[in-house]
Design a protein around this ligand. Structure first.
Ligand code: TMP
Length: 204
C-alpha cells in the first residue's frame, strides 16, 4: 500500500491559514505532488452541515459537550470519507485545522479537562496523526482584526482567544518534533519561505 503525507495548519482566528495553505498546495503541486486540501470541520457534505450548526451565531446556547461532539462527528466523517482514501493513494493531504484545535478550543480554553479530552477526542481520528503541523501564530488583537469576528466562535471574548494562543504555544512546546511555529506578523514572503522549508523536509 502506498502511503501519503498528512500535514495540518493550526492557529487562532485571522492567523493567515487559508492564504498560506493555498500557497503550500501550489508549491507542492509545482513539485509534482498530488495534493488534497481539506478543512476541519468541513469538506464533506455531512461535515459541512455540522460546521454550519457549529458556526451559526444563532446557536449561542450550545453546551460545551455538544460543541465537542459536533467537532468530533465532523472529523470522523471527513477522516473516513476523504483523508484516509487520499493517503492510501499516496497523496499529500493538507488540513486546515485538526485535532489540536479541539485540544486547544474545547479543552484548554473551553474548560473540558485534559483527562476527558485525552479519552474522547482521539476516537474521531483513529490512529491518524499529522506528520507535520504548522502553527501560525499571530497576536489576538491583529488576528481578530483580520478575521472580522463574524461567526459564533470569533464572537467569543478576547480572554478566550488569548487562552487559545497560549494553549497552542504550550501544545507546540510539548510536541516539538511535529510542530513548526511561524509568526505570521512577519513579512508575507518570509512566512511563505519558512513554510516551504518545512514542506521540503516533510516530502524529502
Ligand atoms: P476556521 O474558521 O478556522 O475554519 O475554524 C472554524 C472554527 O472552529 C474556529 O473558530 C476554530 C473552531 N474549532 C474548534 O473550536 N474546535 C475544533 O476541533 C475545530 C476543528 C475548530
Amino acid at each position: 500500500m502506498k502511503k501519503g503525507i498528512f500535514i495540518t495548519f493550526e492557529g487562532g482566528e485571522g492567523s493567515g491559514k487559508s492564504t498560506h495553505i493555498a500557497c503550500a498546495a501550489d508549491y507542492l503541486r509545482k513539485k509534482k505532488k498530488k495534493v488534497l486540501v481539506v478543512r476541519d470541520p468541513g469538506s464533506t457534505q455531512i461535515s459541512e452541515a455540522i460546521r454550519a450548526i457549529l458556526l451559526d451565531s444563532k446557536n449561542q446556547e450550545m453546551a460545551m459537550e455538544t460543541e465537542l461532539f459536533l467537532y468530533l462527528a465532523a472529523r470522523a466523517q471527513f477522516v473516513k470519507e476523504m483523508i484516509m482514501p487520499a493517503l492510501q493513494k499516496g497523496m499529500v493531504v493538507i488540513s486546515d485545522r485538526f485535532e489540536d484545535s479541539t485540544v486547544v478550543y474545547q479543552g484548554f480554553a473551553g474548560g473540558i479537562s485534559p483527562k476527558r479530552i485525552q479519552k474522547i477526542v482521539p476516537e474521531a481520528r483513529g490512529n491518524l496523526v499529522p506528520q507535520l503541523t504548522f502553527l501560525l501564530d499571530v497576536s489576538v488583537e491583529e488576528g481578530l482584526r483580520r478575521a472580522g469576528r463574524t461567526d459564533r466562535m470569533e464572537q467569543k471574548s478576547v480572554a478566550f482567544h488569548e487562552k487559545i494562543r497560549r494553549g497552542y504555544l504550550a501544545l507546540a512546546r510539548k510536541n516539538r518534533k511535529r510542530f513548526m511555529v511561524i509568526a505570521t506578523e512577519a513579512p508575507f514572503d518570509k512566512v511563505r519561505k519558512k513554510i516551504e522549508e518545512g514542506l521540503d523536509r516533510a516530502i524529502a
